[in-house]
Design a protein around this ligand. Structure first.
Ligand code: ARG
Ligand code: ZN
Length: 892
C-alpha cells in the first residue's frame, strides 16, 4: 500500500466536529509518558441540519499506544472504533449537542529522535507541535481550524524536572508521592493544537518584566540550563524591545501576565511561537560577546521579535489550514524585518533581506520544487516551511504596504484584527481586509499567492527632448513552473525616481497612463518617488515636464520580488551608484555592474581567455572605501561581490568551477590593487572598547573584517601575520571568527594550527564548536570532502543534533568546489548522509536532500552524478515521506 498521500487545498472541508475544551494530563516517566486527554466535543451541524446518524469522528494519531477511550464516561468497545497507523475513527459518536471524549495514550519521548511531538533534549522534556506534531502526543483532530481552551497538568520527578511549564497561567502546583510534583497550567485563549507546548526539566530563568501601554505588568522569563543564564541578556533586552515596538507600530499589546522563552540545544528549526511559551533553538537565545558574533546577535533580535510578533499574527488570528501558512509566516517575517530595520539600519536590512531572497528563494522558484506562496498541495507539510512561504510571502505583504502607504497598511491590519481575532482564516481574508480598509482596487494582486515563479520585468525608456516627456515601457513575463504552464499578469508595484544630471531626484508632478493623467504630487508638493502599478502584460507610463534626459532609479527599495531587466548602461549604473538617493538602489546598481562583469569574466574563463579586471571597477571600489559620508555597513555590503550561487543562477548551464575561479580572481585582484586602502581600513576600524551590539559598532567591525578577508586572499606572509595578530588580540567572537575565517582560506600549516587553537579554546561550548564545523565544511580547499568525512567521526559531532547537521552537512553543500566536485564525491557524500539522517530525523533529512533539486542546472557529467544519487534515494526501501517528496519532485 502506498501511504504517500498528496493533500490538496481544493479538498478543504470544514470539520464535522469542533472541540471546546481540552484538559490534558502528562505523567512523565523514564520509560514511557502517559497522556490523558479529556475533550468536550460538539458537532458543527445541529438539529435539522445535522445528518443522522452522526458522521464518524476521525482523529489523527501517529506512534501512539492507545490505552483507553471513553465517551461520556463509558469505555468504548472494539466495534465502536477503527484504529490504523494514522487514525483513530470513532464510528458512531453520540447524537448530542455536546459530549466528552476521554483518551489515554502512552508515548516514548526518550526514543523520539524526530524532535517532533514530545521528545527529550539534554535530559529535559520539550514539545514541538507545528505543523503536525500534536498527533504524536495524543489522538486529536490535528488541524489548525480546531481551536479550543486548554488546561494542562504536568506530573514528573521533582529532582529531575524541577521546572514544569505549559501555556497560559500557572494555577496550581504541589508535591506528589514518590518524589514527584505537579503543576497545572490554564490558557484562557482558544488555540489550535500546534501552539500547545510543554517543557519539564532542570532549568533556571532570567526574570524581568514589561509594563504594557495599558499598564499591565507582564512577567518575562527566559529559561536555560543554569550555566547559560548569563548569556540571556541580549535575548531579554530584545524581547522587551519587541513588546514595545509592536505597541508603537501596530498598536498590539501582549495579552497574558506571563511570557516564557525556553532555549533548548536540540531543535529542528529556529524557534516556535507556542502561546506564552516560546521554545527556541539555543543558538537563537544564547549570546555573549566572547562566544557570539554580530550575525548571531542580529539573528537573535530578528527571531525573538518574530516569535513574539506571532502572538497576534499567528496565534490570536491563525490559519484555517496549512496551505495558508504564509498568512502567518509571510506577515510575521515582514514584521520582524521591519523591527530589525527600526532597531538598526533600514537600508542595510533591506539589502540583507533581498540578498537572502535571491540566494534562497529565487533558485527554489526556478526549480522543480517551485510552489506558490500558498501551495496547492503537499505530501508532508514540514516540507513547506520554505523560503517561498516565508521570504516571498513577506515580500507579498510588503507590496501591500508599498501600494497602500504606511497608514493605509495600518488601517488594513487594524481591520484584519477587528474582523478575525480568535479565528482561523485564509489569505483571502487578509487581502479583503487590506482592500476594504482602503477601498483599494487590487485587480490581480491575489495571483501572487497562487502563481509560482519569479516574474521578469523588462523596462525600456525613451526621452523626448521636444515634448519634454520621458516614457517607461514595462513588460512582465512569468515563467512556467511545475503544474503551471500558463500564467496571468500580476499587479506589480514599481517604485520609480528620476535622477537629473546633477545627481538629484527630479520632481515628479504627473504621469500619463492609459490615456489618463495621474497627479503624483501630494498636498501640492512634488514627489520624488512614485509607485507605478504594472497590471497588464505591457504597460507604458509617460512623465511630463522632464527637462532633460534622466537616469531612472527603478524598483526603489526593491518594491516587488522580481527580476528586473532594464536598458540601463554601465555609465547609468555608475551614476546611480554614486548618486541615487535610494540607498538600496545605490547598492543594487553596484551589484548589477558586478554581476554583469562576473558573467562576462566567466565566459572568458570558459574560453580559456586571460582574465582582466576593468580599471573603473577597481576605481569604483576605491571610492566607496574612502567615502566618509557612507554608512560603514553599507560600504561593506557594497564592496562584497555577488555570491557564487547568485551568478550560477543567472547562467544557462551553471558552472561552479568557473564562477568560483572568477570570484577568487576578482577578490585577489582587488586586494592587490587596493592593498593600501584595505590595510588602512583595518587600521582605522579597530577598537579596544568593550563589545557593544549597535549599528555603529557592527558597521565598523563588518567593514574592518571584509577588508581583512580581501587582504588575506593575497597569501602574503606579512598579511598572514597581521591576520594572526587580529585573531590573537580579538576581544569578541565577531573579530576572532572573522580573522579565523580569513586565515583558513588556503591549506597549510597556519590553517591547521589556527583551527586547532580555536577548537582547543572553545571545545566546551557547543555553539562555538558548530561555527568551527561550519567553517571547515564550507571550505573550497580542494578535496575537502575527505576532511568533512573525518569530521563526521569527530567526538563533538552528532547526527542527532540539527545544529551540528546544519553546520557540517548543510554548510558543505554551499561549497561550489567540493559539493559540486566533478568526480561526484560531494554528491555521493550527501546521498549517503541523507539516508543515515532519514532514519533519525526525516524533517532534517528532507532539508538536506533539497540541495540536489537544482541538478538540471549543471553540465551533463554533474547531472548524471546528482541524478544517480536522487534515484538511489527514492529507490531505497523505507525512506520517509519527507525525503520521498523532495527527492521524487526533484526528479520529476
Ligand atoms: N512557526 C515557526 C516559526 O516561527 C516554525 C515552525 C516550524 N515547524 C516545522 N514543522 N517545520 O517560523
Ligand atoms: Zn514564524
Amino acid at each position: 500500500m502506498d501511504t504517500r498521500k498528496e493533500i490538496f487545498l481544493k479538498d478543504y472541508k470544514q470539520p464535522d466536529y469542533y472541540f471546546d475544551t481540552v484538559d490534558l494530563t502528562f505523567s512523565l516517566g523514564e520509560e514511557q509518558t502517559v497522556v490523558s486527554s479529556n475533550i468536550t466535543v460538539y458537532p458543527r451541524l445541529e438539529g435539522a441540519a445535522a445528518s443522522s446518524p452522526p458522521p464518524p469522528l476521525v482523529l489523527d494519531g501517529v506512534n501512539l499506544k492507545l490505552v483507553s477511550i471513553k465517551i461520556d464516561g463509558k469505555e468504548l468497545q472494539k466495534e465502536d472504533y477503527h484504529l490504523d497507523a494514522r487514525h483513530l475513527t470513532l464510528l458512531s459518536p453520540p447524537d448530542t449537542a455536546r459530549f466528552t471524549l476521554q483518551i489515554v495514550t502512552e508515548i516514548y519521548p526518550q526514543k523520539n529522535t524526530s524532535l517532533d511531538g514530545l521528545y527529550k533534549s539534554s535530559g529535559n522534556f520539550v514539545t514541538q507541535c507545528e505543523a503536525e506534531g500534536f498527533r504524536k502526543i495524543t489522538y486529536y483532530q490535528d488541524r489548525p481550524d480546531i481551536m479550543a481552551k486548554y488546561t494542562c497538568r504536568v506530573e514528573g520527578d521533582k529532582t529531575l524536572y524541577p521546572v514544569l511549564l505549559s501555556n497560559g497561567n500557572l494555577v496550581e502546583q504541589g508535591d506528589l508521592e514518590g518524589g514527584k510534583h505537579y503543576a497545572v497550567w490554564e490558557d484562557p485563549h482558544k488555540k489550535p493544537c500546534y501552539l500547545f507546548a510543554l517543557v519539564a526539566g532542570n532549568l533556571q530563568s532570567r526574570d524581568d518584566s514589561f509594563v504594557t501601554r495599558s499598564g499591565r505588568k507582564v512577567a518575562l522569563r527566559i529559561w536555560t540550563p543554569a550555566k547559560d543564564v548569563p548569556k540571556t541578556v541580549h535575548a531579554m533586552y530584545t524581547l522587551k524591545a519587541a513588546m514595545k515596538w509592536d505597541e508603537d507600530v501596530f498598536g498590539l499589546e501582549y495579552d497574558l501576565d506571563l511570557f516564557n522563552i525556553v532555549a533548548v540545544p536540540d531543535f529542528n528549526m529556529g524557534a516556535m511561537e507556542n502561546k506564552s511559551l516560546n521554545i527556541f533553538n539555543s543558538v537563537l537565545v544564547l549570546a555573549s560577546p566572547e562566544t557570539a558574533s554580530d550575525a548571531n546577535y542580529a539573528a537573535i533580535l530578528r527571531v525573538i521579535g518574530h516569535e513574539y510578533f506571532h502572538n497576534w499574527t499567528g496565534n490570536r488570528v491563525t490559519c484555517r489550514d496549512w496551505f495558508q501558512l504564509s498568512l502567518k509566516e509571510g506577515l510575521t517575517v515582514f514584521r520582524d524585518q521591519e523591527f530589525s530595520s527600526d532597531m538598526g539600519s533600514r537600508a542595510v536590512q533591506r539589502i540583507q533581506d533581498v540578498l537572502t531572497l535571491r540566494e534562497l528563494q529565487f533558485p527554489q522558484d526556478a526549480g522543480p520544487i517551485a510552489h506558490p506562496v500558498r501551495p496547492h498541495s503537499y505530501i508532508k507539510m514540514d516540507n513547506f516551511y520554505t523560503p517561498t512561504v516565508y521570504r516571498k510571502g513577506a515580500e507579498v505583504v510588503r507590496m501591500y504596504k508599498t501600494l497602500l502607504g504606511s497608514q493605509g497598511f495600518r488601517r488594513g491590519m487594524d481591520l484584519y484584527f477587528k474582523r478575525h481575532d480568535g479565528q482561523a482564516v485564509t489569505c483571502e481574508d487578509f487581502y479583503a481586509a487590506m482592500r476594504d480598509a482602503n477601498n483599494a482596487d487590487f485587480a490581480n494582486f491575489l495571483l501572487w499567492y497562487s502563481q509560482a515563479g519569479t516574474p521578469t520585468v523588462k523596462v525600456t525608456s525613451f526621452y523626448n527632448s521636444e515634448a519634454k516627456t520621458y516614457s517607461l515601457k514595462f513588460s512582465q513575463e512569468l515563467p512556467p513552473t511545475p503544474g503551471q504552464a500558463l500564467k496571468e499578469p500580476m499587479l506589480i508595484p514599481v517604485a520609480v525616481g528620476l535622477l537629473g544630471s546633477n545627481g538629484k531626484d527630479m520632481p515628479l508632478t504627473s504621469v500619463y497612463h492609459d490615456g489618463m493623467l495621474q497627479v503624483v504630487s501630494t498636498d501640492g508638493k512634488p514627489a520624488y518617488t512614485t509607485v507605478l502599478q504594472i497590471k497588464k502584460k505591457e504597460e507604458e507610463f509617460l512623465f511630463s515636464d522632464i527637462s532633460e534626459r534622466p537616469v531612472p532609479s527603478l524598483l526603489r527599495g526593491y518594491s516587488a520580488p522580481i527580476r528586473l531587466d532594464s536598458d540601463l548602461t554601465d555609465a547609468d549604473l555608475c551614476f546611480l551608484l554614486a548618486h541615487d538617493s535610494d540607498e538600496f538602489n545605490r547598492w543594487e546598481a553596484g551589484q548589477v555592474l558586478a554581476r554583469n562583469m562576473m558573467l562576462s569574466l566567466v565566459a572568458d574563463f570558459q574560453q580559456n581567455k586571460p582574465l582582466a579586471l576593468k580599471a573603473d571597477f577597481v576605481h569604483g571600489v576605491r571610492s566607496l572605501l574612502s567615502d566618509g559620508s557612507l554608512d560603514k555597513e553599507f560600504i561593506a555590503k557594497a564592496i562584497d561581490l555577488p555570491g557564487v550561487g547568485e551568478i550560477m543562477d543567472m547562467m544557462d548551464i551553471a558552472d561552479p568551477d568557473a564562477v568560483h575561479a572568477v570570484r577568487s580572481f576578482i577578490r585577489k585582484h582587488l586586494a592587490t590593487e587596493l592593498k593600501a586602502e584595505f590595510l588602512k581600513t583595518v587600521e582605522n576600524n579597530r577598537s579596544s572598547e568593550p563589545y557593544v551590539f549597535d549599528h555603529s559598532n557592527m558597521s565598523r567591525r563588518s567593514l574592518k573584517n571584509i577588508a581583512l578577508s580581501y587582504l588575506t586572499s593575497l597569501e602574503d606572509a606579512q598579511i598572514t601575520e597581521l591576520a594572526l595578530n587580529e585573531y590573537k588580540t580579538a576581544t569578541n567572537m565577531t573579530d576572532q571568527f572573522a580573522a579565523l575565517t580569513a586565515l583558513v582560506q588556503y591549506p597549510g600549516k597556519t590553517r591547521d594550527d589556527v583551527l586547532a587553537d580555536f577548537y582547543g579554546k572553545w571545545k566546551h561550548d557547543f555553539l562555538v564548536v558548530n561555527k568551527w564545523f561550519g567553517l571547515q565544511a564550507v571550505s573550497d580547499i580542494p578535496g575537502n570532502v575527505e576532511n568533512v568525512r573525518k569530521l563526521l567521526k569527530h567526538p563533538a559531532f552528532d547526527l542527532r543534533n540539527p545544529n551540528k547537521v546544519r553546520s557540517l552537512i548543510g554548510r558543505f553543500r554551499e561549497s561550489p568546489v567540493n559539493f559540486h566536485a566533478k568526480d561526484g564525491s560531494g554528491y555521493k557524500f550527501l546521498g549517503e548522509i541523507v539516508l543515515q539522517l532519514d532514519k533519525i530525523n526525516p524533517k532534517g533529512a528532507a532539508r538536506m536532500v533539497s540541495a540536489f533539486s537544482r541538478w538540471r542546472r549543471y553540465d551533463e557529467t554533474r547531472q548524471t552524478l546528482a541524478k544517480a544519487q536522487l534515484e538511489m534515494i527514492v529507490s531505497t526501501n523505507g525512506i520517509s515521506e519527507n525525503v520521498f517528496e523532495i527527492a521524487s519532485k526533484s526528479l520529476a
